[in-house]
Design a protein around this ligand. Structure first.
Ligand code: ADP
Length: 733
């Protein structure tokens, strides 16, 4: 037994050693220096003993070597890699395993431990030993403090106490070291993230940048394996775009088909999935996928969805680990940051590709538009020349007129379609809903397309239901829908074709089918045919003109009527069928038409004001031919001064004039004595409800859209004084 004096001395020495050890640790001395010094201090505190610190690896599955100032490095090295467990690593392993001190008082005669351990001890002169677990944060042992005696005996209480001190100090050193390593790793990861962010801001190559993100995610989470997939919403599939460290078979197997794998599950739930052990995953059991994954040396997987800012799935960032467990919570934090970067990169890449596609579409469209505009212009110019040279050959003049009228009609349709597309895209297209007999819309559409049908010698078969059917819709737009389908049927069918238009009542819907026996549409294009600028043959040399917007207009207009349209074709050369379904309405009897006013052509005093001199002059010529007395003005101010002199009965006013617009001119005319009761008609390119409202407010009697329907205008002039006609008359040429 030690005397109280001896004990007090020992305690004072322990206190001193403790202070020195703590100072050394706090000074930032390397771990090896601290631990070697610790074993030396223990030797001083308990003379006749020697000591060694043995450490475990991170997940405490095996020994990671040790430190000692008493034993050669080969001693602690000989335990490196040994699995921790009672039998294999003697007292130290057992102390770590059990979490409490373990003693062996007679190494030579103890049968409890493995022969390898006993041999190691005896070779190093260890006859008895005491291992104290070094238990760190949350009682997790980071290693064991190994106190060795030269003779076979139990360690005394002081020696046990000293070993405990050694274990405690070991914990402090190791945890300081691990915290520093952790900090270093965090700093490395942050530096890497920052470098990546800087790169991502620049132009860089998409796949190369994705690869860098993937490499960082793999590195930071302690693996070399992984891939990034991109989500294709059309195919509903995940496609691997970059990968690293994965075998060919694995990449080929999951290349397009990740939907059923773990990444697919994470993608479906839009939530990260960590599979700590693929062998434990019920869904994978017995699958080829599992066989391939195991063959690739994978035990754990993490799958993180890549989401756009508005929460859409863009892809997946996946890593694969050789050991069960997967990434640490810290690594997952970095994976989240990298996933954000990858998502932003993908989103940016996709919108850039979209923009490039749009730009290309726009260029193609402009090329096609120029081509389409030029097409009717060439025959018009030719026919003008014919008229100039025909010198009284009435037949030739009439023929030339017909050609020019047809071509002009085509130009007007082209411009109207373009304006409609623009209105639809801006949500500005309004329907004027009324009860429409479908038969009426069909007849008007047929009338509109008759020249095109006749020009190609097509036969048109109409099948109408025995009882008339009706829809609630805009009659002009319904005519436009059917007109577009009939025009296409005429265009895409070789001369002498058969075109059938059938209307039938089918429960709550009216079905209208336009079928032809023409060129047909390839199966793979049927889904896209209604998209803007979509054309089966996009070459400028194709025989049929068009901008590829007719069907898009058909679809949007049908949808605005609450209906749907579908295209069918058995393939190229096998005809096409377009089916429009519209909600059916009760047919209302239309009110009796008002008796038509007499059509005598009474000569009127007409003033035309338009800043486009040709437009004013050509309209004046026509009206003069009808017997009217006409004057023209090329500005608002001139219109006001000429009006004073002419005292017109009718003024035709262009709205968009530079000095004073037509609305203002009209307002002023209405203030003047001669303008109060006359008829003032607006001529304009704008025919929306708002435009008509403005005209009415300014004091106009009618609002006509250019190019003006001449017959309508001359009828108006012969029936003065007229009722207000604020309806926007279309361009019906
Ligand atoms: P456009 O006729 O001006 O090219 P559309 O939007 O009307 O534009 O039609 C788009 C494309 O659909 C056409 O270019 C043509 O390839 C195809 N298409 C439309 N209707 C038919 C039809 N009846 N038969 C064969 N192809 C058609």
């Amino acid at each position: 037994m030690d005397s109280p004096f001896q004990l007090a001395q020992q305690m004072a020495q322990l206190d001193l050693e403790q202070r020195q050890a703590l100072l050394m640790i706090a000074s930032g001395a390397p771990m090896a220096t601290c631990l070697d010094a610790l074993t030396e201090a223990v030797g001083r505190l308990a003379p006749g003993t020697r000591a060694c610190v043995l450490l475990t690896n991170h997940d405490r599955s095996e020994m990671a070597g040790g430190y000692s100032s008493h034993f050669p490095p080969s001693f602690s090295e000989s335990v490196r890699g040994l699995p921790i467990g009672e039998a294999l690593i003697g007292t130290c392993g057992t102390a770590i395993y059990a979490g409490e001190p373990v003693t062996c008082a007679d190494v030579e005669n103890s049968s409890q431990w493995s022969p390898a351990w006993r041999r190691l001890c005896l070779e190093n002169g260890i006859r008895a030993c005491h291992s104290h677990p070094a238990q760190g944060h949350g009682s997790r042992a980071v290693g064991s403090f190994f106190l060795c005696l030269g003779e076979a005996r139990e360690p005394n209480a002081w020696e046990r106490r000293v070993a405990e001190f050694g274990a405690l100090a070991t914990v402090i050193v190791v945890e300081r070291e691990r915290a520093a390593a952790h900090l270093r790793k965090e700093l490395d990861s942050l530096a890497r993230l920052q470098a990546l962010s800087a790169e991502l801001v620049g132009p860089g190559q998409f796949e190369l940048l994705l690869k860098k993100i993937l490499a960082a995610a793999a590195d930071i989470s302690g693996t070399d394996k992984g891939n990034i997939q991109i989500w294709d919403p059309d195919k509903r599939s995940l496609r691997i775009v970059v990968h690293q460290g994965l075998g060919e078979r694995l990449v080929a197997h999951f290349l397009e088909d990740g939907w059923d794998a773990s990444c697919g599950e994470a993608a479906r739930n839009i939530q990260r999935l960590v599979v700590p052990d693929v062998l434990e995953l019920e869904a994978l059991r017995g699958t080829v996928g599992l066989e391939i994954v195991v063959e690739d040396g994978i035990r754990a997987i993490q799958c993180t969805p890549l989401l756009s800012r508005d929460g859409r799935l863009l892809g997946m960032l996946n890593n694969h680990y050789r050991q069960p467990g997967g990434p640490s919570p810290d690594a997952l934090r970095y994976i989240d940051l990298l996933a954000r970067q990858a998502a932003e990169l993908i989103e940016r890449h996709q919108s850039e590709s979209e923009l490039a596609k749009e730009r290309q579409h726009k260029d193609e469209f402009l090329a096609m538009l120029a081509h389409e505009l030029r097409n009717p212009l060439a025959p018009m110019r030719n026919m003008l020349e014919v008229q100039r040279r025909s010198r009284g050959n009435w037949q030739q003049v009439m023929e030339a007129n017909e050609v020019m009228e047809r071509q002009l009609q085509q130009l007007v349709r082209l411009v109207d379609d373009l304006l409609d597309v623009n209105r639809i895209n801006r949500g500005k297209l309004e329907l004027r809903m009324e009860n429409v007999a479908v038969e009426d819309a069909v007849r008007q559409a047929v009338e509109m397309c008759r020249p095109a049908l006749d020009a190609r010698g097509h036969q048109l078969q109409l099948t109408l239901p025995s009882q008339p059917v009706a829809v609630n819709g805009d009659s002009a737009r319904l005519t436009q829908i059917l007109g577009n389908l009939l025009t296409n049927a005429a265009k895409y069918t070789a001369p002498g074709g058969l075109i059938q238009l059938q209307v039938e009542s089918s429960g709550p819907r009216v079905l209208i089918t336009v079928q032809d026996n023409g060129s047909g549409i390839p199966q793979d294009q049927l889904d896209h045919i209604f998209e803007m600028f979509s054309q089966v043959d996009r070459s400028l040399e194709r025989s049929q003109g068009g901008l590829g917007i007719g069907l898009m207009l058909v679809k949007r207009l049908v949808e605005m009527h609450g209906g749907s349209v579908q295209a069918h074709s058995e393939g190229l050369g096998r005809g096409s069928r377009f089916c429009v379904a519209l909600p059916q309405a009760e047919l209302e009897t239309p009110p009796l038409p008002l008796p038509l006013a007499p059509r005598d052509s009474i000569p009127r005093r007409v003033l035309i004001a338009d800043d486009n001199a040709d437009a004013a002059m050509s309209l004046a010529t026509i009206l003069k031919m009808e017997g009217h007395h006409v004057q023209t003005a090329c500005s608002g101010a001139q219109a006001l001064s000429q009006g004073q002199v002419l005292q017109p009965e009718v003024v035709l006013l262009d709205i968009g004039m530079p000095d004073m617009n037509g609305l203002e001119v009209c307002r002023r005319m209405r203030q003047l004595p001669w303008g109060r009761a006359i008829t003032i008609i607006a001529l304009t390119g704008l025919g929306q409800q708002e435009d008509r409202r403005q005209s009415e407010e300014a004091g106009f009697d009618a609002h006509l859209v250019k190019p003006v329907n001449i017959k309508l205008l001359t009828d108006m002039l012969s029936t003065l004084p007229m009722q207000k006609l604020m309806a926007s008359f279309g361009t019906g040429m």
